[in-house]
Design a protein around this ligand. Structure first.
Ligand code: BES
Ligand code: MN
Ligand code: ZN
Length: 497
């Protein structure tokens, strides 16, 4: 896909198709008005007759029209004028791109009305155009046999019409947005793969593939023997019930001078979570193939850092395991000594993500990080608390958590902070070990975060629970690519670019 800006008049835009907006009351958007004059009122007639009602998400393609030199016009509904803003614009753009993707149109000039600049400035406009185009045209890795659906013909998207002064800023946004869309596709491709293909070893192999592509990346993979030498017994305890050997994957992006403290990103990479001996119910268990979405987001973020040559040192750490029931599996009541030296009573083997992260987070210390951020499809309780709209944000450093929440808001990949005060950690009390791996039904997302907090003392640390946001069920089942846009925004801001 190529993204460009354009600054000509609407009817001379250099593309196969011009995309213009129509409001719900029949009012034409600015570019539609401009074209309407050229087209002797045909657009206003379509709108006033009610042939195109202008609801957001609806589009109408007008075939080659006289006077437009073979160019097509795509109408996209902007909804009611008074409530038109960033959300409606995003929806209208996604609908337009989806409609274009079903045609043979190869290039499109976007001329939708833009939300007010306070809601979306030039830079974020460019970014959103590229991100929405990329995510709308994303297709799932096809494991279906038979005739393959054709890739969309659309290969060139022009954002505009722009005042000359805006074009450079928009172009920078397009470039970053394109890189974010590519990173989100990296995450989605990994997430959508089934557990029998996307194993811990597969994740390690993909990290190596990435490091071959980018010179700034270095990869180190710890196998079972190395994990044992590091005393990562909590991670190993989860893995011991599976025939798939575990891996700890370390990816480094060297973008700043060597002495500069890195940002460390840690991802939960449970390639399938059956629950272990505390076996999950059968319904929807297949969705636990997405339980490596945090790991996929870390890999995606490192690919993004390399792609935009981010002037930061970033370390990605992925704890990759499969959680299965077996004669050798860890059992409820077992007590394990973590790599931090703290002992954990495993009361529920389905609370495995925190066990993997405990050792992965402890490993982060050796990098003397500026900040540590983990992401994990950690708890069903987070889905109950926040649904599928916000990721849960937690941490021991308020400024860091705020930074993440703000990045999420800017990137349209929102997160919401939940409290993480001392009381919650008390729910983890065990009679036999330093603490248990579960804290009862109440505040399950928070007690899980409190568990992670036991392993990040003295670090500047934040945690994103992405259980509700990393994938969706239903007709459009699949990985969403979240929280890659949030992470990318966070990294760009940290780098000051
Ligand atoms: N991977 C799950 C969390 C999850 C559940 C994500 C549903 C998305 C949808 C995690 O490993 C898990 O099983 N958590 C348990 C914790 C409980 C045993 C304390 C849960 O949420 O039920
Ligand atoms: Mn689990
Ligand atoms: Zn899990």
């Amino acid at each position: 896909m190529r993204f460009e800006t354009w600054s000509t008049s609407v009817e001379t835009a250099n593309a196969d198709c011009v995309v213009v907006g129509v409001f719900e009351d029949g009012e034409l958007g600015a570019a539609a008005k401009e074209l309407d004059g050229k087209l002797e009122g045909s657009l206003s007639r379509i709108a006033s007759h009610g042939d195109f009602p202008g609801r957001t998400g609806e589009t109408m393609l007008l075939g080659t029209l006289p006077r437009l030199a073979g160019r097509r016009v795509l109408l996209s509904g902007l909804g009611p004028r008074k409530s038109f803003g960033r959300r409606a614009w995003r929806k209208a753009l996604a609908a337009a791109v989806a409609a274009l993707g079903r045609t043979a149109i190869r290039s499109a000039a976007l001329a939708l009305d833009r939300p007010p600049a306070e809601e979306l400035d030039d830079y974020y406009y460019g970014r959103a155009v590229a991100e929405i185009t990329g995510s709308t045209l994303y297709r799932i890795n096809d494991l279906k046999t038979g005739k393959k659906p054709k890739p969309p013909a659309l290969v060139r998207v022009l954002a505009g019409p722009l005042a000359r002064a805006s074009a450079r800023t928009v172009a920078r946004g397009l470039k970053h947005g394109h890189a974010i869309a590519q990173a989100a596709a990296v995450q989605r491709n990994l997430g959508n793969l089934p557990g029998n293909i996307c194993t811990p070893r597969y994740l390690a192999q993909q990290a190596r593939v990435l490091a071959r592509k980018y010179r700034s990346l270095r990869v180190r993979v710890l196998d079972e023997a190395a994990l044992r030498r590091e005393h990562m017994n909590c991670l190993l305890a989860v893995a011991q019930g599976s025939a798939e050997p575990p891996r700890l994957i370390v990816i480094e992006h060297r973008g700043a001078r060597p002495g500069r403290a890195p940002l460390v990103l840690v991802g939960k990479g449970v390639t399938f979570d059956a629950g272990g001996i505390s076996l999950k119910p059968a319904a929807d268990m297949d969705e636990m193939k997405y339980d490596m979405s945090g790991a996929a987001a870390v890999i995606a973020a490192l690919s993004f850092a390399a792609e935009v040559a981010l002037p930061l040192n970033v370390v990605g750490i992925v704890g990759a395991v499969e959680n299965m029931p077996d004669g050798k599996a860890v059992k409820p009541g077992d007590i394990i000594t973590s790599s931090s030296g703290q002992t954990v009573e495993i009361l529920n083997t389905d609370a495995e993500g925190r066990l993997v992260l405990a050792d992965a987070l402890h490993y982060a210390r050796r990098f003397k990080p500026a900040a540590v951020l983990d992401m994990a499809t950690l708890t069903g309780a987070c889905v109950i608390a926040l649904g599928h709209h916000h990721s849960g944000a937690f941490g021991n450093d308020e400024a860091l958590v705020r930074e993440l929440v703000e990045a999420g808001a800017r990137a349209d990949d929102p997160a919401w902070q939940l409290p993480l005060t001392e009381e919650y950690a008390e729910q983890l009390t065990s009679n036999f070990a330093d603490f248990a791996n579960i804290g009862g039904r109440a505040a399950g997302a928070i007690t899980a975060a409190a568990f992670l907090g036991k392993f990040t003392r003295g670090l500047s640390w934040a945690h994103l629970d992405i259980a509700g946001t990393a994938w969706q069920s239903g007709a459009n089942k699949g990985s969403t690519g979240r929280p890659t846009p949030l992470l990318a925004d966070f990294l760009l801001h940290r780098a000051g670019v």
